[in-house]
Design a protein around this ligand. Structure first.
Ligand code: AGP
Length: 606
């Protein structure tokens, strides 16, 4: 994940910026940079690699200036290099950015036609040139920034400084977190309170769509319509921790809200955003001829693998075997010669998954792991590691790691499909575009959680809950049931919707909530039939769908309205309501949401 800092200080800020960036190193990065306003001019220093390279650069070429911004970059658009390191600047605007600007290509073309000269391959640079473009039309920095923000589409956080303005800094949040730090005649910006801890514990967290105009002696927060808004000033506990809950009640809720940001980073780690295609590491096998892919994992990670099975079979036309790790090796499942085995694990330490990895390795499989902890045991024993860039996941119930696993596996499926000649360039760009839009959909869905609080009052009284889904929605139904039972302790079961009539329908009565995961895809009509079977027996349906309520021909007790999505990406977006139903129910039940009873974050015993 990238890290952002900004300071309107009482003394030269360059070293303080680097200190703040050091506290964001846990996010992972491959280059860094700072910029300041010095005697009215924008001055910048950047360096590839670790922060010590930037510090050495600053020793050689010091920066003065009491207003500045800094950034640690995890390469997204453009290779990791000094040229692509932030901050990025135009003639009079300098910006650091965390997230994705989806529409950067068309903006870049428009600005180039208007005379802008781009120096990098990044999406970020268009923000600086776009604000300058607005200023050339006569707008002052604040109005120019507001106009520019209205043209950006995607999930991002920004910190911006301006030539000739030593007492002005602007921050903006749309999908990636950003906090304001309040000092004595000083102001700060940071990706989280951890970055601000050296300077202040008084923080204000911007909300989605907020942007803030900072001066040393004052600040003003506005919403996406430009209206002034008030946000609470909190006292952060971050000073002692490397990770904190921010302004969220639980780590789980913070991590649910981080998904737009961390999915952006995971996706762009496997994409050539400029070309709109997948850019994948060599897995060490010929994907065009590999005979089968075996997938194995546990719990939520297994459900991510199950989604990947559907993607690989549908788009890459490759046979896929999958089983939970605690079963696969004891079945002594035969392994094909030259096969590929993929292991999915947030912790990279799950004993069952590790043991099955060793079983497959001994059977001559090429071992690829999708992990969130880079130097974990599973990563170290794999031939190839595909990292998820979710950052530390503290809540025992996996949320952002799950959707980052899906992000990496979606890119794997496209890479395999392309290698097997199953994916035209045009189709690849269509599917990549659908993935790139996911963070914006999540940000939009997170604007209103009230409906989940209402559902929680109902679910908290239930003894049994069923989750139904077909196709790509079946693993999401399984994940929804797991989320609910593991943090609220309510019995819940995920089922293939088509299987209901083969027995489980006997469970249905008016006391049983039935969550139906049903995007309006090619299986929707089939799922509608299953819903009607449930409704006819008094089942209380919670429909999670982009379809109109009146298009299903039966009563539903509640309807969680979803955006229309490309079928390819529904698992990534439909995971969110599953998480929020479970979270709000557990909060109402008063359970220990972050550390549920009997559970461990990593199960290191078989
Ligand atoms: C997920 O909410 C659970 N905490 C659990 O199922 C978890 O996914 C499983 O134990 C696998 O853990 P791993 O991803 O670290 O291997």
């Amino acid at each position: 994940m990238c890290g952002i800092v900004g300071i309107l200080g009482a003394k030269p800020v360059a070293e303080d910026l680097v200190d703040a960036l050091r506290r964001l190193e846990y996010r992972g990065y491959d280059s860094a940079g700072v910029a300041t306003v010095e005697n009215g001019h924008l001055e910048r220093r950047r360096a590839e690699g670790k922060l010590r390279n930037l510090s050495e650069r600053l020793m050689r070429e010091p920066l003065a200036g009491k207003a500045g911004i800094g950034h640690t970059r995890w390469a997204t658009h453009g290779a990791p290099s000094e040229r692509n390191a932030h901050p990025h600047m135009s003639e009079n605007v300098c910006v650091v950015h965390n997230g994705i600007i989806e529409n950067f290509r068309e903006l870049r073309e428009e600005l180039t036609r208007a005379g802008a000269v781009f120096a990098s391959d990044t999406d970020t640079e268009v923000v600086a040139h776009l604000i300058s473009y607005e200023m050339r039309k006569g707008a002052e920095p604040v109005e120019a920034t507001r106009n520019a923000l209205g043209r950006l589409r995607g999930a991002f956080a920004l910190a911006i400084i301006f030539a000739g303005h030593d007492n002005l800094m602007i921050g903006a949040r749309e999908g990636s977190p950003l906090a304001v730090g309040h000092g004595d005649q000083q102001m700060f910006l940071g990706s989280d309170a951890i970055a601000l801890a050296p300077f202040t514990d008084k923080v204000t967290y911007l909300e989605e769509g907020d942007w803030v105009v900072l001066h040393r002696e004052s600040f003003e927060i506005r919403d996406r319509q430009g209206r002034k808004v008030e946000r609470p000033m909190l006292t952060s506990q971050a000073s002692g921790f490397l990770v904190d809950k921010g302004n969220h009640r639980h780590f789980m809720l913070k991590e649910i809200h981080e998904q737009a940001e961390v999915i952006s980073h995971t996706l762009t780690n496997y994409m050539d955003m400029a070309a709109g295609t997948v850019r994948f590491p060599d897995l060490g096998v010929d994907l065009a001829t590999v005979p089968r892919i075996t997938i194995s994992a546990c719990g939520t990670a297994y459900y991510a693998g199950l989604v990947a099975k559907y993607w690989l079979e549908r788009y890459a036309r490759i046979p896929v075997e999958i089983d939970v790790a605690s079963e696969l090796r004891y079945r002594e499942a035969p392994m094909p010669e030259g096969g590929l085995a993929v292991f999915v694990s947030q912790s990279g330490e799950t004993a069952d998954t590790l043991a099955t990895l060793r079983y497959c390795k001994a059977a001559g499989q090429r071992i690829v792991s999708v992990v969130n902890v880079r130097n974990s045991t599973i990563a170290r024993e794999s031939h190839v590691v595909l990292p998820t860039l979710a950052g530390p996941e503290i809540g025992v119930a996996s949320t952002k790691a799950f959707t980052c696993q899906l992000s990496a596996l979606a890119c794997l499926a496209l890479a395999v499909a392309r290698a097997r000649g199953q994916l035209s360039e045009e189709r690849e760009r269509e599917l990549v575009r659908a993935l790139v839009e996911v963070p914006r959909h999540l940000t939009s869905l997170l604007r209103d959680e009230r409906r989940y609080e209402e559902l929680a009052h109902w679910f908290s009284k239930a003894k049994d809950v069923l989750y139904l889904g077909r196709g790509l929605s079946y693993p999401i139904a399984l994940e929804g049931a797991l989320k609910l039972k593991e943090i609220s302790y309510i019995h819940a079961e995920g089922y293939a919707a088509g299987e209901m009539k083969h027995g489980p329908i006997a469970l249905i009565d008016e006391k049983v909530p039935v969550v139906v995961v049903a995007p309006n895809d090619d299986l929707f009509e089939k799922t509608v039939s299953n819903m009607q079977e449930v409704a006819a027996r008094g089942g209380q349906i919670v429909l999670v769908s982009d379809a109109d309520r009146d298009s299903i021909g039966c009563e539903v007790a509640a309807h969680i309205r979803m955006p229309a999505l490309h079928p390819f990406v529904t698992p990534l977006v439909y995971a969110l309501p599953m998480q929020l139903i479970a979270y709000h129910t557990a909060v109402l039940m008063g359970t220990d949401v972050d550390q549920p009873r009997n559970l461990a974050k990593s199960v290191t015993v078989e």
